[in-house]
Design a protein around this ligand. Structure first.
Ligand code: BG6
Length: 505
Protein backbone atom coordinates (compact mmCIF):
# COMPACT_ATOMS: atom_id res chain seq x y z
CA UNK A 1 0.00 0.00 0.00
CA UNK A 2 2.47 2.60 -1.15
CA UNK A 3 1.62 6.20 -1.90
CA UNK A 4 4.52 6.67 -4.29
CA UNK A 5 3.53 8.26 -7.58
CA UNK A 6 3.55 5.58 -10.26
CA UNK A 7 5.76 5.76 -13.31
CA UNK A 8 3.11 4.45 -15.66
CA UNK A 9 -0.64 4.48 -15.52
CA UNK A 10 -1.13 1.64 -17.98
CA UNK A 11 -2.23 -1.08 -15.56
CA UNK A 12 -5.80 -1.67 -14.43
CA UNK A 13 -6.44 -0.71 -10.82
CA UNK A 14 -6.72 -3.64 -8.38
CA UNK A 15 -10.09 -5.35 -7.78
CA UNK A 16 -12.05 -3.26 -5.28
CA UNK A 17 -15.54 -2.79 -3.94
CA UNK A 18 -16.36 0.86 -4.50
CA UNK A 19 -19.21 2.04 -2.28
CA UNK A 20 -20.90 5.22 -3.51
CA UNK A 21 -22.70 6.88 -0.61
CA UNK A 22 -25.28 9.28 -2.01
CA UNK A 23 -25.59 7.03 -5.06
CA UNK A 24 -28.67 8.77 -6.42
CA UNK A 25 -27.22 12.25 -6.11
CA UNK A 26 -25.96 14.74 -8.60
CA UNK A 27 -22.26 14.04 -8.22
CA UNK A 28 -22.62 10.36 -9.07
CA UNK A 29 -24.79 11.28 -12.01
CA UNK A 30 -22.76 14.10 -13.51
CA UNK A 31 -19.21 13.12 -12.69
CA UNK A 32 -18.49 9.79 -11.01
CA UNK A 33 -20.33 7.44 -13.36
CA UNK A 34 -19.07 9.18 -16.48
CA UNK A 35 -15.54 9.02 -15.06
CA UNK A 36 -15.88 5.31 -14.23
CA UNK A 37 -17.20 4.73 -17.73
CA UNK A 38 -14.20 6.53 -19.25
CA UNK A 39 -11.81 4.51 -17.06
CA UNK A 40 -13.49 1.32 -18.17
CA UNK A 41 -13.25 2.46 -21.82
CA UNK A 42 -9.50 2.97 -21.31
CA UNK A 43 -9.05 -0.48 -19.75
CA UNK A 44 -8.03 0.94 -16.38
CA UNK A 45 -10.54 -0.92 -14.22
CA UNK A 46 -10.14 -4.51 -13.12
CA UNK A 47 -12.86 -7.01 -14.00
CA UNK A 48 -13.22 -7.46 -10.25
CA UNK A 49 -14.35 -3.87 -9.61
CA UNK A 50 -17.73 -3.85 -7.87
CA UNK A 51 -19.72 -0.61 -7.71
CA UNK A 52 -22.20 -0.57 -4.86
CA UNK A 53 -24.60 2.34 -4.62
CA UNK A 54 -25.69 3.21 -1.08
CA UNK A 55 -28.70 5.46 -0.54
CA UNK A 56 -32.03 5.55 1.26
CA UNK A 57 -34.40 5.01 -1.71
CA UNK A 58 -35.81 1.56 -2.47
CA UNK A 59 -34.27 0.53 -5.80
CA UNK A 60 -33.33 -2.90 -7.13
CA UNK A 61 -29.85 -3.66 -8.52
CA UNK A 62 -31.22 -3.73 -12.07
CA UNK A 63 -33.11 -0.46 -11.63
CA UNK A 64 -30.02 1.17 -10.21
CA UNK A 65 -27.92 0.03 -13.18
CA UNK A 66 -30.56 1.34 -15.62
CA UNK A 67 -30.68 4.62 -13.77
CA UNK A 68 -26.92 4.97 -14.07
CA UNK A 69 -27.02 4.18 -17.75
CA UNK A 70 -29.67 6.86 -18.26
CA UNK A 71 -27.55 9.34 -16.32
CA UNK A 72 -24.60 8.51 -18.47
CA UNK A 73 -26.43 8.92 -21.73
CA UNK A 74 -28.08 12.19 -20.75
CA UNK A 75 -25.37 13.88 -18.81
CA UNK A 76 -22.12 13.14 -20.48
CA UNK A 77 -22.10 11.62 -23.87
CA UNK A 78 -24.19 14.42 -25.31
CA UNK A 79 -21.97 17.01 -23.65
CA UNK A 80 -18.83 15.30 -24.87
CA UNK A 81 -20.18 15.27 -28.40
CA UNK A 82 -19.96 11.52 -28.80
CA UNK A 83 -23.64 11.23 -29.70
CA UNK A 84 -26.15 9.49 -27.45
CA UNK A 85 -24.77 6.00 -27.74
CA UNK A 86 -23.14 4.39 -24.75
CA UNK A 87 -20.55 1.83 -25.89
CA UNK A 88 -22.38 -1.41 -25.09
CA UNK A 89 -19.25 -3.48 -24.44
CA UNK A 90 -17.76 -0.89 -22.10
CA UNK A 91 -21.04 -0.50 -20.28
CA UNK A 92 -21.57 -4.27 -19.99
CA UNK A 93 -18.12 -4.62 -18.41
CA UNK A 94 -18.98 -1.96 -15.87
CA UNK A 95 -22.54 -3.13 -15.06
CA UNK A 96 -21.44 -6.66 -14.26
CA UNK A 97 -20.28 -5.26 -10.96
CA UNK A 98 -23.06 -2.75 -10.16
CA UNK A 99 -25.45 -3.27 -7.29
CA UNK A 100 -27.24 -1.33 -4.64
CA UNK A 101 -27.76 -1.23 -0.89
CA UNK A 102 -30.82 0.55 0.42
CA UNK A 103 -29.96 1.96 3.80
CA UNK A 104 -30.00 4.88 6.16
CA UNK A 105 -26.51 6.39 6.59
CA UNK A 106 -27.22 6.76 10.30
CA UNK A 107 -28.39 3.19 10.88
CA UNK A 108 -25.86 0.55 12.01
CA UNK A 109 -27.65 -2.19 10.05
CA UNK A 110 -26.61 -0.45 6.80
CA UNK A 111 -22.97 -1.03 7.75
CA UNK A 112 -23.58 -4.68 8.57
CA UNK A 113 -24.92 -5.02 5.02
CA UNK A 114 -21.82 -3.34 3.60
CA UNK A 115 -19.63 -5.80 5.52
CA UNK A 116 -21.63 -8.66 3.98
CA UNK A 117 -21.11 -7.21 0.49
CA UNK A 118 -17.36 -7.02 1.02
CA UNK A 119 -17.29 -10.60 2.31
CA UNK A 120 -19.13 -11.75 -0.82
CA UNK A 121 -17.03 -9.70 -3.26
CA UNK A 122 -13.97 -11.91 -3.48
CA UNK A 123 -11.66 -9.03 -2.48
CA UNK A 124 -11.01 -7.34 0.83
CA UNK A 125 -10.22 -4.03 -0.88
CA UNK A 126 -12.86 -1.37 -0.38
CA UNK A 127 -13.23 2.34 -1.10
CA UNK A 128 -16.01 4.29 0.60
CA UNK A 129 -16.82 7.35 -1.50
CA UNK A 130 -18.81 9.94 0.44
CA UNK A 131 -20.74 11.77 -2.27
CA UNK A 132 -23.19 12.92 0.39
CA UNK A 133 -24.19 16.17 2.01
CA UNK A 134 -21.31 17.27 4.30
CA UNK A 135 -23.38 16.82 7.46
CA UNK A 136 -23.03 13.04 6.96
CA UNK A 137 -19.22 12.93 6.63
CA UNK A 138 -18.32 12.42 10.27
CA UNK A 139 -21.40 10.30 11.00
CA UNK A 140 -20.68 7.85 8.18
CA UNK A 141 -16.99 7.64 8.96
CA UNK A 142 -17.64 7.01 12.65
CA UNK A 143 -20.00 4.14 11.79
CA UNK A 144 -17.58 2.68 9.25
CA UNK A 145 -15.01 2.67 12.06
CA UNK A 146 -17.29 1.08 14.66
CA UNK A 147 -18.34 -1.62 12.19
CA UNK A 148 -14.65 -2.52 11.70
CA UNK A 149 -14.85 -1.64 8.00
CA UNK A 150 -11.76 0.58 8.12
CA UNK A 151 -9.42 -2.13 9.40
CA UNK A 152 -6.89 -2.99 6.72
CA UNK A 153 -5.17 -6.32 6.20
CA UNK A 154 -2.08 -7.26 4.22
CA UNK A 155 -4.24 -7.94 1.16
CA UNK A 156 -7.05 -5.54 1.93
CA UNK A 157 -6.94 -1.77 1.73
CA UNK A 158 -9.71 0.39 3.11
CA UNK A 159 -9.96 4.01 1.88
CA UNK A 160 -12.41 6.84 2.33
CA UNK A 161 -12.96 9.59 -0.23
CA UNK A 162 -14.35 12.86 1.14
CA UNK A 163 -15.85 15.43 -1.16
CA UNK A 164 -15.82 19.16 -0.55
CA UNK A 165 -16.80 21.26 1.31
CA UNK A 166 -14.37 20.05 3.96
CA UNK A 167 -15.56 22.14 6.89
CA UNK A 168 -16.96 25.63 6.74
CA UNK A 169 -14.16 27.37 8.67
CA UNK A 170 -10.94 26.52 10.47
CA UNK A 171 -12.65 25.12 13.55
CA UNK A 172 -15.02 22.80 11.67
CA UNK A 173 -12.24 21.61 9.35
CA UNK A 174 -10.05 20.75 12.36
CA UNK A 175 -12.96 18.96 14.01
CA UNK A 176 -13.67 16.91 10.88
CA UNK A 177 -9.99 15.98 10.53
CA UNK A 178 -9.98 14.99 14.20
CA UNK A 179 -12.98 12.76 13.65
CA UNK A 180 -11.47 11.06 10.57
CA UNK A 181 -8.11 10.50 12.20
CA UNK A 182 -9.71 8.86 15.21
CA UNK A 183 -10.87 5.90 13.11
CA UNK A 184 -8.24 5.67 10.37
CA UNK A 185 -4.78 6.84 9.36
CA UNK A 186 -3.98 9.75 7.04
CA UNK A 187 -2.90 7.19 4.42
CA UNK A 188 -6.50 5.99 4.16
CA UNK A 189 -8.04 9.43 3.62
CA UNK A 190 -8.57 10.90 0.14
CA UNK A 191 -9.84 14.48 0.38
CA UNK A 192 -10.93 15.50 -3.08
CA UNK A 193 -10.42 18.81 -4.78
CA UNK A 194 -11.53 18.26 -8.35
CA UNK A 195 -9.23 21.04 -9.61
CA UNK A 196 -6.34 18.64 -9.02
CA UNK A 197 -7.88 16.27 -11.54
CA UNK A 198 -7.49 18.86 -14.30
CA UNK A 199 -4.61 18.22 -16.70
CA UNK A 200 -3.79 21.92 -16.88
CA UNK A 201 -3.45 22.14 -13.11
CA UNK A 202 -1.15 19.14 -12.98
CA UNK A 203 0.82 20.65 -15.85
CA UNK A 204 1.78 23.68 -13.76
CA UNK A 205 4.14 21.50 -11.73
CA UNK A 206 5.47 19.62 -14.72
CA UNK A 207 6.16 22.76 -16.76
CA UNK A 208 7.65 24.66 -13.83
CA UNK A 209 9.98 21.89 -12.76
CA UNK A 210 10.98 20.39 -16.10
CA UNK A 211 11.96 23.62 -17.92
CA UNK A 212 14.87 25.31 -16.20
CA UNK A 213 13.87 28.55 -17.93
CA UNK A 214 10.96 28.93 -15.51
CA UNK A 215 12.99 28.54 -12.36
CA UNK A 216 15.29 31.34 -13.55
CA UNK A 217 12.60 34.01 -13.27
CA UNK A 218 10.16 32.38 -10.83
CA UNK A 219 10.75 34.68 -7.86
CA UNK A 220 10.35 38.18 -6.49
CA UNK A 221 13.31 39.52 -8.51
CA UNK A 222 11.38 39.21 -11.76
CA UNK A 223 7.73 38.75 -10.84
CA UNK A 224 5.78 41.85 -9.85
CA UNK A 225 2.54 40.13 -8.84
CA UNK A 226 0.32 37.14 -9.61
CA UNK A 227 -3.39 37.14 -10.54
CA UNK A 228 -5.53 34.03 -10.10
CA UNK A 229 -9.06 34.17 -11.51
CA UNK A 230 -11.88 31.63 -11.67
CA UNK A 231 -14.69 33.37 -13.54
CA UNK A 232 -17.93 31.58 -14.28
CA UNK A 233 -20.89 32.61 -16.44
CA UNK A 234 -23.25 30.27 -14.59
CA UNK A 235 -25.24 31.48 -11.60
CA UNK A 236 -26.15 29.30 -8.63
CA UNK A 237 -28.55 27.25 -10.76
CA UNK A 238 -30.32 24.64 -8.60
CA UNK A 239 -27.91 24.96 -5.67
CA UNK A 240 -29.40 28.01 -3.96
CA UNK A 241 -29.92 26.36 -0.58
CA UNK A 242 -26.31 25.09 -0.50
CA UNK A 243 -24.85 28.35 -1.79
CA UNK A 244 -26.80 30.58 0.59
CA UNK A 245 -24.77 29.41 3.59
CA UNK A 246 -21.57 28.84 1.62
CA UNK A 247 -20.85 31.85 -0.63
CA UNK A 248 -18.03 32.36 -3.11
CA UNK A 249 -15.21 32.52 -0.54
CA UNK A 250 -15.88 29.14 1.09
CA UNK A 251 -16.97 27.53 -2.17
CA UNK A 252 -13.85 28.36 -4.17
CA UNK A 253 -10.97 29.93 -2.24
CA UNK A 254 -9.54 27.63 0.47
CA UNK A 255 -9.86 24.74 -1.96
CA UNK A 256 -9.66 25.44 -5.71
CA UNK A 257 -7.94 28.83 -5.76
CA UNK A 258 -5.45 27.87 -3.05
CA UNK A 259 -4.62 24.71 -4.99
CA UNK A 260 -3.73 26.91 -7.97
CA UNK A 261 -1.78 29.25 -5.72
CA UNK A 262 0.10 26.31 -4.21
CA UNK A 263 1.00 24.90 -7.62
CA UNK A 264 2.35 28.28 -8.71
CA UNK A 265 4.12 29.22 -5.51
CA UNK A 266 5.43 25.97 -3.95
CA UNK A 267 9.10 25.04 -3.84
CA UNK A 268 10.29 22.12 -5.98
CA UNK A 269 9.45 18.83 -4.24
CA UNK A 270 12.30 16.37 -3.66
CA UNK A 271 10.33 13.81 -5.70
CA UNK A 272 6.94 13.57 -7.38
CA UNK A 273 5.63 11.42 -4.54
CA UNK A 274 2.64 12.20 -2.37
CA UNK A 275 4.59 13.08 0.76
CA UNK A 276 7.04 15.44 -0.94
CA UNK A 277 4.48 17.23 -3.11
CA UNK A 278 1.91 17.60 -0.36
CA UNK A 279 4.57 18.71 2.10
CA UNK A 280 5.64 21.59 -0.17
CA UNK A 281 2.07 22.60 -0.85
CA UNK A 282 1.16 22.67 2.83
CA UNK A 283 4.31 24.73 3.49
CA UNK A 284 3.52 27.46 1.00
CA UNK A 285 -0.15 27.77 1.97
CA UNK A 286 1.06 27.89 5.58
CA UNK A 287 3.30 30.83 4.62
CA UNK A 288 0.35 33.04 3.59
CA UNK A 289 0.49 36.05 5.88
CA UNK A 290 -2.28 35.93 8.51
CA UNK A 291 -4.04 39.28 8.08
CA UNK A 292 -5.51 41.04 11.09
CA UNK A 293 -9.28 41.54 10.86
CA UNK A 294 -8.74 45.16 9.72
CA UNK A 295 -6.20 44.11 7.10
CA UNK A 296 -8.53 41.35 5.90
CA UNK A 297 -11.35 43.87 5.46
CA UNK A 298 -9.08 46.24 3.53
CA UNK A 299 -7.74 43.44 1.34
CA UNK A 300 -11.03 41.87 0.30
CA UNK A 301 -14.10 42.68 -1.76
CA UNK A 302 -17.44 40.88 -1.55
CA UNK A 303 -19.87 41.18 -4.41
CA UNK A 304 -23.29 39.87 -5.39
CA UNK A 305 -24.82 39.82 -8.86
CA UNK A 306 -28.05 41.57 -9.67
CA UNK A 307 -30.12 41.12 -12.85
CA UNK A 308 -28.16 41.58 -16.05
CA UNK A 309 -27.25 39.98 -19.32
CA UNK A 310 -24.81 37.30 -20.46
CA UNK A 311 -24.36 36.78 -24.20
CA UNK A 312 -27.55 38.70 -25.01
CA UNK A 313 -29.66 36.67 -22.57
CA UNK A 314 -31.49 38.46 -19.73
CA UNK A 315 -30.66 36.91 -16.36
CA UNK A 316 -32.15 37.16 -12.90
CA UNK A 317 -30.24 38.58 -9.98
CA UNK A 318 -28.94 36.30 -7.22
CA UNK A 319 -31.76 37.30 -4.85
CA UNK A 320 -34.33 36.16 -7.41
CA UNK A 321 -32.80 32.66 -7.76
CA UNK A 322 -34.61 29.59 -6.34
CA UNK A 323 -34.01 28.92 -2.64
CA UNK A 324 -32.25 32.25 -2.11
CA UNK A 325 -33.49 34.80 0.44
CA UNK A 326 -34.82 38.01 -1.15
CA UNK A 327 -32.51 39.99 1.15
CA UNK A 328 -29.60 37.53 0.98
CA UNK A 329 -26.19 38.85 1.98
CA UNK A 330 -24.28 35.89 0.52
CA UNK A 331 -21.40 36.85 -1.75
CA UNK A 332 -21.27 35.47 -5.30
CA UNK A 333 -17.97 37.25 -6.03
CA UNK A 334 -14.86 37.69 -4.00
CA UNK A 335 -11.54 39.39 -4.67
CA UNK A 336 -8.64 39.11 -2.23
CA UNK A 337 -5.06 40.16 -1.88
CA UNK A 338 -2.75 37.79 -0.05
CA UNK A 339 0.99 37.88 0.63
CA UNK A 340 3.28 34.87 0.98
CA UNK A 341 5.96 35.43 3.56
CA UNK A 342 8.87 33.37 2.33
CA UNK A 343 12.14 34.15 0.56
CA UNK A 344 10.83 33.47 -2.93
CA UNK A 345 7.69 35.58 -2.71
CA UNK A 346 8.17 38.27 -0.11
CA UNK A 347 6.80 41.53 -1.55
CA UNK A 348 4.84 39.86 -4.40
CA UNK A 349 1.06 40.23 -3.98
CA UNK A 350 -1.19 37.40 -5.09
CA UNK A 351 -4.58 38.76 -6.18
CA UNK A 352 -7.36 36.16 -6.25
CA UNK A 353 -10.88 36.56 -7.59
CA UNK A 354 -13.79 34.32 -8.38
CA UNK A 355 -17.38 35.02 -9.27
CA UNK A 356 -20.58 33.67 -10.71
CA UNK A 357 -22.34 35.34 -13.64
CA UNK A 358 -19.26 37.05 -14.95
CA UNK A 359 -18.76 37.91 -18.62
CA UNK A 360 -16.89 34.75 -19.65
CA UNK A 361 -15.88 31.38 -18.29
CA UNK A 362 -12.18 31.69 -17.68
CA UNK A 363 -9.95 30.11 -15.06
CA UNK A 364 -6.45 31.48 -15.40
CA UNK A 365 -3.26 32.40 -13.66
CA UNK A 366 -1.41 35.48 -14.80
CA UNK A 367 2.22 35.90 -13.78
CA UNK A 368 3.01 39.59 -14.23
CA UNK A 369 6.65 40.43 -14.76
CA UNK A 370 8.43 43.49 -13.43
CA UNK A 371 9.02 46.10 -16.12
CA UNK A 372 12.49 46.40 -17.64
CA UNK A 373 14.25 49.74 -16.95
CA UNK A 374 12.84 52.39 -19.24
CA UNK A 375 15.91 54.65 -19.40
CA UNK A 376 17.41 52.92 -22.45
CA UNK A 377 14.28 53.72 -24.52
CA UNK A 378 14.14 57.40 -23.57
CA UNK A 379 15.14 58.70 -27.00
CA UNK A 380 12.87 56.37 -28.98
CA UNK A 381 9.21 56.24 -29.97
CA UNK A 382 8.51 54.10 -26.90
CA UNK A 383 6.66 56.21 -24.34
CA UNK A 384 6.41 53.49 -21.72
CA UNK A 385 7.04 49.77 -21.48
CA UNK A 386 3.82 47.77 -21.64
CA UNK A 387 3.35 45.04 -19.02
CA UNK A 388 4.54 41.54 -19.89
CA UNK A 389 2.93 38.33 -18.64
CA UNK A 390 2.85 34.59 -18.59
CA UNK A 391 -0.80 33.49 -18.74
CA UNK A 392 -1.65 29.92 -17.80
CA UNK A 393 -5.20 29.17 -18.83
CA UNK A 394 -6.71 26.27 -16.91
CA UNK A 395 -10.01 26.34 -18.84
CA UNK A 396 -11.69 26.57 -21.27
CA UNK A 397 -8.87 27.20 -23.78
CA UNK A 398 -6.18 25.15 -22.07
CA UNK A 399 -2.62 26.28 -22.55
CA UNK A 400 0.10 28.80 -21.73
CA UNK A 401 0.94 32.09 -23.38
CA UNK A 402 3.75 34.58 -22.89
CA UNK A 403 2.77 38.19 -23.63
CA UNK A 404 6.11 39.79 -24.45
CA UNK A 405 7.35 42.89 -26.23
CA UNK A 406 8.85 43.02 -29.71
CA UNK A 407 9.91 45.69 -32.16
CA UNK A 408 7.26 46.90 -34.54
CA UNK A 409 8.54 46.62 -38.12
CA UNK A 410 9.58 49.99 -39.50
CA UNK A 411 12.39 52.53 -39.44
CA UNK A 412 11.81 53.83 -35.89
CA UNK A 413 12.26 51.98 -32.62
CA UNK A 414 8.76 51.26 -31.42
CA UNK A 415 7.29 48.15 -29.85
CA UNK A 416 4.11 46.16 -29.29
CA UNK A 417 2.90 43.18 -27.28
CA UNK A 418 3.31 39.83 -29.01
CA UNK A 419 2.23 36.38 -27.90
CA UNK A 420 4.20 33.11 -27.70
CA UNK A 421 1.79 30.31 -27.06
CA UNK A 422 1.06 26.68 -26.41
CA UNK A 423 -2.52 25.42 -26.72
CA UNK A 424 -3.14 21.84 -25.60
CA UNK A 425 -5.35 21.14 -28.56
CA UNK A 426 -2.49 21.91 -30.98
CA UNK A 427 -0.17 19.33 -29.44
CA UNK A 428 -2.23 16.61 -27.82
CA UNK A 429 -5.27 14.59 -28.59
CA UNK A 430 -7.48 15.01 -25.55
CA UNK A 431 -9.92 12.19 -24.70
CA UNK A 432 -13.26 13.39 -23.31
CA UNK A 433 -12.93 13.40 -19.55
CA UNK A 434 -14.55 14.82 -16.43
CA UNK A 435 -11.34 15.35 -14.44
CA UNK A 436 -12.48 12.70 -11.96
CA UNK A 437 -10.89 9.82 -13.89
CA UNK A 438 -7.39 10.47 -12.55
CA UNK A 439 -8.70 11.03 -9.05
CA UNK A 440 -10.73 7.80 -8.90
CA UNK A 441 -7.94 5.81 -10.50
CA UNK A 442 -5.32 7.26 -8.16
CA UNK A 443 -7.46 6.40 -5.16
CA UNK A 444 -7.85 2.82 -6.40
CA UNK A 445 -4.10 2.42 -6.83
CA UNK A 446 -3.26 4.19 -3.56
CA UNK A 447 -1.61 7.35 -4.88
CA UNK A 448 -2.43 10.34 -2.66
CA UNK A 449 -0.44 12.98 -4.54
CA UNK A 450 -3.53 14.70 -5.95
CA UNK A 451 -5.48 14.63 -2.69
CA UNK A 452 -5.37 17.11 0.13
CA UNK A 453 -3.60 16.30 3.36
CA UNK A 454 -5.05 17.46 6.70
CA UNK A 455 -2.42 20.20 7.19
CA UNK A 456 -2.96 21.56 3.68
CA UNK A 457 -6.70 21.94 4.27
CA UNK A 458 -6.23 23.48 7.70
CA UNK A 459 -3.58 25.93 6.44
CA UNK A 460 -6.04 27.01 3.75
CA UNK A 461 -8.79 27.67 6.26
CA UNK A 462 -6.30 29.45 8.53
CA UNK A 463 -5.51 31.86 5.69
CA UNK A 464 -9.17 32.62 4.89
CA UNK A 465 -10.37 32.77 8.50
CA UNK A 466 -9.47 36.49 8.90
CA UNK A 467 -11.70 37.30 5.91
CA UNK A 468 -14.56 35.31 7.45
CA UNK A 469 -14.01 37.10 10.77
CA UNK A 470 -13.89 40.51 9.12
CA UNK A 471 -17.12 39.83 7.21
CA UNK A 472 -18.81 38.65 10.38
CA UNK A 473 -18.43 42.23 11.61
CA UNK A 474 -19.14 43.94 8.33
CA UNK A 475 -20.86 41.97 5.59
CA UNK A 476 -21.29 44.85 3.16
CA UNK A 477 -21.71 43.78 -0.42
CA UNK A 478 -20.80 45.45 -3.70
CA UNK A 479 -23.34 44.96 -6.42
CA UNK A 480 -22.49 43.93 -10.00
CA UNK A 481 -24.93 43.22 -12.79
CA UNK A 482 -24.80 39.68 -14.23
CA UNK A 483 -22.47 39.68 -17.24
CA UNK A 484 -19.72 42.01 -16.02
CA UNK A 485 -16.43 41.04 -14.40
CA UNK A 486 -17.35 41.80 -10.82
CA UNK A 487 -17.91 45.09 -8.96
CA UNK A 488 -15.79 48.20 -9.45
CA UNK A 489 -14.33 47.66 -5.97
CA UNK A 490 -12.64 44.50 -7.32
CA UNK A 491 -10.72 46.69 -9.77
CA UNK A 492 -9.92 49.24 -7.07
CA UNK A 493 -8.24 46.54 -4.99
CA UNK A 494 -5.51 46.44 -7.65
CA UNK A 495 -5.74 50.06 -8.74
CA UNK A 496 -4.69 51.31 -5.32
CA UNK A 497 -1.45 49.30 -5.79
CA UNK A 498 -1.04 50.78 -9.29
CA UNK A 499 -2.09 47.54 -11.02
CA UNK A 500 -4.97 46.26 -13.18
CA UNK A 501 -6.58 42.88 -13.75
CA UNK A 502 -5.62 41.46 -17.12
CA UNK A 503 -8.86 41.49 -19.18
CA UNK A 504 -10.56 38.08 -19.17
CA UNK A 505 -11.11 35.84 -22.15
C1 BG6 B 1 -17.34 23.58 -7.37
C2 BG6 B 1 -18.17 24.70 -6.81
O1 BG6 B 1 -16.50 23.05 -6.40
O2 BG6 B 1 -16.55 24.09 -8.46
C3 BG6 B 1 -19.06 25.29 -7.88
O3 BG6 B 1 -18.97 24.19 -5.75
C4 BG6 B 1 -18.22 25.74 -9.06
O4 BG6 B 1 -19.80 26.39 -7.36
C5 BG6 B 1 -17.31 24.61 -9.52
O5 BG6 B 1 -19.11 26.10 -10.10
C6 BG6 B 1 -16.34 25.11 -10.58
O6 BG6 B 1 -15.67 24.02 -11.12
P1 BG6 B 1 -15.13 24.07 -12.61
O7 BG6 B 1 -14.42 22.76 -12.78
O8 BG6 B 1 -16.31 24.26 -13.51
O9 BG6 B 1 -14.20 25.25 -12.65
Amino acid sequence: MTTTRKKSKALPAPPTTLFLFGARGDLVKRLLMPALYNLSRDGLLDEGLRIVGVDHNAVSDAEFATLLEDFLRDEVLNKQGQGAAVDAAVWARLTRGINYVQGDFLDDSTYAELAARIAASGTGNAVFYLATAPRFFSEVVRRLGSAGLLEEGPQAFRRVVIEKPFGSDLQTAEALNGCLLKVMSEKQIYRIDHYLGKETVQNILVSRFSNSLFEAFWNNHYIDHVQITAAETVGVETRGSFYEHTGALRDMVPNHLFQLLAMVAMEPPAAFGADAVRGEKAKVVGAIRPWSVEEARANSVRGQYSAGEVAGKALAGYREEANVAPDSSTETYVALKVMIDNWRWVGVPFYLRTGKRMSVRDTEIVICFKPAPYAQFRDTEVERLLPTYLRIQIQPNEGMWFDLLAKKPGPSLDMANIELGFAYRDFFEMQPSTGYETLIYDCLIGDQTLFQRADNIENGWRAVQPFLDAWQQDASLQNYPAGVDGPAAGDELLARDGRVWRPLG
